[in-house]
Design a protein. Structure first.
Length: 129
C-alpha cells in the first residue's frame, strides 16, 4: 500500500467484520506523515502485536510472527510504502499487500474518510450566463 500523496487528515481503517475489530489504521498528520495503529494476529489467530494508538514510526518497523512470516512492515527509507498480512482472531487471512499489489479476501471492510475535518467538499460552480 502506498501512502504518498494522501491529504493531511485522511484516515484509512482495515476492519475485521466478524467482530468489528480495527486491525490496521493509518492517518496522515499535518506534515503529510503516516501515523499508524495496529492489532496483528498470526495465521493461527494468536495475538502477535497490539499498538492500536496512532503513532509515527519514523525509524520504520517490522513485525513478524513466531514462524518468521512478516505481518507488517514500514521501511525507514520508504515510510510511504507499507507491507502487511492481516489475519483475524481466528487466523483467517483478510488482506495482503507487498507494497505494490493488494489482495482482499472475506471478512474485511476498509473505511476511509473522503472528506475529513481538515478538508472540505469542493463547491459546485454556478452556471455562467
Amino acid at each position: 500500500m502506498q501512502l504518498t500523496g494522501r491529504q493531511p487528515g485522511s484516515l484509512m481503517s482495515f476492519i475485521d467484520t466478524s467482530r468489528d475489530e480495527v486491525l490496521l489504521r493509518f492517518q496522515i498528520d499535518p506534515q503529510g506523515l503516516p501515523l499508524i495503529g495496529f492489532t496483528l494476529y498470526d495465521a493461527s489467530g494468536s495475538l502477535v502485536a497490539d499498538a492500536p494508538e496512532l503513532q509515527l514510526y519514523s525509524e520504520g518497523v517490522t513485525i513478524s510472527a513466531a514462524d518468521g512470516e512478516v505481518l507488517f512492515a514500514v521501511m525507514p527509507d520508504e515510510p510511504a510504502t507499507v507491507i502487511y498480512r492481516l489475519y483475524n482472531h481466528k487466523g483467517a487471512l483478510l488482506t495482503v499487500s507487498d507494497g505494490t499489489r493488494t489482495q482482499i479476501f472475506g471478512y474485511l471492510r476498509m473505511d476511509g474518510n473522503k472528506i475529513g475535518a481538515n478538508r472540505t467538499k469542493p463547491q459546485a460552480k454556478a452556471p455562467s450566463a
